[in-house]
Structures are given as structure tokens and as C-alpha cells.
Write a protein that binds this ligand. Structure first.
Ligand code: NAD
Length: 261
């Protein structure tokens, strides 16, 4: 049995993670941590009651998990990961809005045999979207990203958009000048520049997590679009990472690194 602690357990993603883990036969939730939900009780897939705990450090000490899954907030995740790694607990992180450089620093301060797995997006369709975008960028270097999320998302651009832009920038052999930046009538109209690629963030109620990557070429465009219409889309990826993180070491970024060829 893989013993799992979940931080952010009372959040939109955390509740979904509790449900997904408790439905598996090879893993169990040993601690559900969230100051917002502290004192409440979650009933898992087997009808067992799981108390929501307020303090991660105490939960790590008392429940000795093998893995921490974190879906919290950019302002909280570094402290959570720091505590877990220091306690020898491997981490699976979905929280976005923290740079990979910062995660690298956390890992280099951690015990040698611990692992930190970070995925900007746990949905297989989003991983494929990024892969296809990387492929397209080699032949169609003029690209823009539009990401669309629910109105309570903390960070912008999304972690997925940041990663997509980085992958496109790495893959393309030329970086065409972005037209229209100097002549913006309203500031920001041409989007943020991430690794030289314009990224546009939309925030609206009703959305979950969506992204379009648009490529332009002579007389043609190519659009690659992914939609997470439900948070269950992320769960197979989270479960895979919980199963595999024990065999990793150091910082590993992206679900693609856990998939079989
Ligand atoms: P949410 O606001 O619904 O939930 C976050 C929860 O974290 C809240 O309940 C909050 O009380 C709790 N929290 C805050 N500080 C904490 C702490 N120190 N310890 C434990 N819990 C704490 O947010 P959400 O929609 O569930 O998203 C959470 C994060 O996951 C965001 O960064 C979001 O961008 C990211 N996300 C990632 C993926 C992915 O595939 N990687 C998918 C969806 C969302």
C-alpha cells in the first residue's frame, strides 16, 4: 500500500484526488490536510471517514506518508514541499505558479533519496497537445497560445501555457518577430511574452481548463486545442505519478516522463 497525504484536500482538485486515491486498491489516504476544511470529515470511496487536518507538519510526523500530493496555492506549495522533502516524503505536485528553478532549489536542499515530481498538467490530452505543439513548432514557428480557465484560478498565465511556450521556444529553429507589440492601442492586447511567444489568458465562470495553440504559416493556420471539461481528467495522471514517484530521484517535470514509449 502506498501511504498518501494530500495537501489542499478541501479544494476543487484536492477533493477529486481524495476520491480517486481512495478508490484504488494499492494506495490509501493517510492524511487529508487543509486549514480551510480542518475539523470536517471526508467520507472516502469505501465509506470510511477521513478527518481533514489543519497542519501538514504534524500530519507528516503522525501519519508517516510515503507520498505527498499537493494541489494548494502558489504561495503555500513551496513550504509544503520543503516540509515533506525534509521528512523524506516524495512529492507529487500539481500546484502551478512556481518556477521550475525554485523547485530545483527545493530539491537540492532535500535528502538525496527523495523525489519531487511536478506536472503543469496531469491530463493526458494536455500532454499530447504540448507534444503536438512542439512538433508543429519545428515547421511553423509563428505561434500564439490562448489559455482559458475558471475565474478563481490564482495564477496567470497557467502553468500549462508557460510550459507550452517553453517547449515551442525550444523546438523552433527561428523565432519570427511578434507583430503589433509596439502599436498596441490597449496595453496587453498582444498578450504576455513567455519565451518570446504571445500568451493570452481568459478567466470566466463556467470554464475548467482549456488551451489553444495557434500556428500561422503561408496561406494556412493550424490550431491544436485541448479541453478539460471535468477535473476527473487529471486523476489518471495523478495516480500514475503516485505509483511512480518512489522510483524517481531529484526533480522530474512533466507527465510525459512517466509514460511508456
Ligand atoms: P482551490 O482553491 O479549490 O484549492 C486549494 C486548497 O488549498 C484550498 O482548499 C486551500 O484552503 C488549501 N490550502 C491553502 N494553503 C494550504 C496549506 N498550507 N496546506 C494545505 N492546504 C492548503 O484550488 P484548485 O482549483 O483545487 O487548484 C489548486 C492548484 O492546482 C492551483 O495551483 C491550480 O492551478 C492547480 N491545478 C493543477 C492542475 C494540474 O494538472 N497540474 C490541474 C488543475 C489545477
Amino acid at each position: 500500500m502506498i501511504r498518501v497525504a494530500v495537501s489542499g484536500a478541501a479544494g476543487r482538485m484536492g477533493l477529486e484526488v481524495l476520491k480517486a486515491i481512495s478508490a484504488e486498491s494499492d494506495m490509501e489516504v493517510v492524511a487529508a490536510v487543509d486549514p480551510r476544511g480542518a475539523g470536517t470529515v471526508y467520507v472516502d470511496a469505501h465509506g470510511e471517514q477521513v478527518a481533514m487536518l489543519p497542519d501538514l507538519h504534524a500530519a507528516l510526523m503522525e501519519r508517516s506518508p510515503d507520498v505527498l500530493v499537493d494541489f494548494t496555492h502558489p504561495a503555500q506549495v513551496e513550504a509544503n514541499v520543503g516540509l515533506a522533502l525534509a521528512a523524506g516524503v516524495d512529492c507529487v505536485v500539481g500546484t502551478t505558479g512556481v518556477t521550475l528553478e525554485r523547485y530545483g532549489e527545493l530539491v537540492s536542499a532535500a535528502p538525496q533519496d527523495t523525489a519531487l515530481f511536478v506536472a503543469p498538467n496531469f491530463a493526458i490530452g494536455a500532454v499530447l497537445m504540448m507534444h503536438f505543439a512542439q512538433l508543429a513548432a519545428r515547421y511553423m514557428p509563428a505561434a500564439e497560445v490562448i489559455e482559458l480557465h475558471h475565474d478563481r484560478k490564482a495564477d496567470a498565465p497557467s502553468g500549462t501555457a508557460m510550459r507550452t511556450a517553453q517547449l515551442i521556444a525550444e523546438a523552433r529553429t527561428s523565432a519570427p518577430k511578434v507583430p503589433g507589440r509596439e502599436t498596441e492601442v490597449a496595453q496587453g492586447a498582444r498578450g504576455a511574452s513567455v519565451d518570446g511567444i504571445p500568451v493570452h489568458s481568459v478567466r470566466l465562470p463556467g470554464l475548467v481548463a482549456h488551451q489553444e495553440v495557434l500556428f500561422g504559416g503561408q496561406g494556412q493556420t493550424l490550431t491544436i486545442r485541448h479541453d478539460s471539461i471535468d477535473r476527473t481528467s487529471f486523476m489518471p495522471g495523478v495516480l500514475l505519478a503516485v505509483r511512480k514517484v518512489g522510483g524517481l530521484s531529484g526533480l522530474v517535470v512533466g507527465l510525459e516522463n512517466l509514460l511508456d514509449d
